[in-house]
Design a protein around this ligand. Structure first.
Ligand code: SF4
Length: 350
């Protein structure tokens, strides 16, 4: 996909942070060499999944222009994001690309009526005039199953979490965006409300041609809602492809483990265990070879020495030596990891 054909194009995008470890400082690559694109003429929901500390949020923040990339390229509608002026970023880019955050209450003052945020956003971005703003807002609210009548005159504490998140999405829609970047938008909601939110993403894509980058650790809603899934591990995208391939028949050992049990830290963990986990996280971020080598059940000698490249064994991208034809099959068998590529029957609802 060329830059001009892409709505969003990330090429070898990286972000490096430095962290203090005792007296020494070390650098870790929070997002490492990520390449992906969303086509301009084919709206889609791209889910970015992974455990805590995988780099999902840093990736989202770079796309939103809140974190500056350390290396690589980021183009939106053919424009190099790093070359936008502050005015272009404020007027053009923020109208086109809208964020949806985890906690909808954090974005709204408890002392301000909710509708005032929608009015301000639509008028400030020039997507409605004083004469048309009521109809414009009402339409945005209808897209997420609400109406202006329902929210008018009400304060945030008078709405449920689900209503607030839908209002936050409606507010984003008042700018007529091409792309929503939603960072864990359903993690604070009940299971029933989660489906309502992800369904509104599907409606937006189908009815208004809005693409959505859906950052989540909830594999069930990712599988249900997304057209494609990118699996992140310590800053790498280790598997990227159609949702039914990536979660229906995962190729990367990390995706397989993620699918069988999401390895989230136990909140009852003792602090010594938390420190050990943080060390492991930093070690994995700065590994010379594969970042999953110390945990991978199929690791081979080469894995701890050489970082895998992006391979395309069956149409999807996988970053794993198991799919490298240059590595002898006997070596893969010894590791127990010669995973057969089997055709995948689509079981996903359209
Ligand atoms: Fe496992 Fe090696 Fe593949 Fe990494 S490259 S996921 S360690 S088999």
């Amino acid at each position: 996909m060329t830059t001009s054909e892409a709505l969003l194009k990330l090429e070898q995008l990286s972000r490096v942070f430095t962290v203090r470890r005792g007296l020494a400082t070390s650098r870790f690559v929070a997002v490492d060499d990520v390449t992906l694109a969303i086509a301009a003429d084919r709206p889609e929901i791209l889910a970015v999944v992974g455990e805590s500390g995988s780099g999902k949020t840093t990736l989202a923040r770079m796309i939103l222009g809140q974190v500056v990339p350390s290396a690589g390229h980021l183009h939106f509608k053919g424009r190099d994001m790093t070359r936008l002026s502050a005015r272009e970023r404020r007027i053009w880019f923020m109208k086109e690309v809208q964020p949806i955050f985890q906690d909808p209450f954090a974005a709204f003052s408890p002392l301000k009526k909710i509708e005032s945020y929608l009015y301000e956003t639509a008028l400030n971005f020039g997507t409605a005039t004083r004469a048309t703003v009521d109809a414009h807002i009402d339409q945005a609210l209808h897209t997420v199953g609400l109406s202006l009548k329902e929210i008018k005159g009400r304060y945030p504490n008078e709405l449920s979490g689900g209503q607030m998140q839908r209002t936050a999405i409606a507010r984003a829609l008042t700018t007529n965006p091409s792309l929503l970047v939603a960072d864990e938008p359903v993690s604070m909601l009940d299971a029933s409300l989660r489906m309502a939110i992800v369904n509104s993403f599907r409606d937006l894509k189908q009815q208004q041609g809005v693409s959505v980058i859906y950052i989540t650790h909830d594999l069930a809603t990712a599988y249900y809602a997304a057209d494609r899934i990118a699996v992140m591990l310590r800053g790498w995208v280790v598997e990227l492809g159609p949702a039914e391939q990536v979660l229906g028949n995962p190729l990367h050992p990390y995706t397989q483990i993620l699918k069988s049990s999401v390895p989230e830290p136990d909140p009852r963990m003792r602090w010594t265990e938390k420190v050990a986990l943080a060390r492991q996280e930093l070690d994995e971020f700065s590994a010379t070879g594969c970042k999953f080598a110390t945990r991978c059940p199929f690791a081979m000698d080469v894995c701890s020495r050489v970082a895998p490249t992006n391979l395309v064994p069956d149409g999807r991208m996988v970053k794993c030596h198991l799919y490298d034809p240059a590595i002898p099959a006997a070596q893969k068998h010894r590791a127990g990891g010669a995973i057969p590529l089997t055709p995948v029957a689509s079981t996903k609802a359209s």
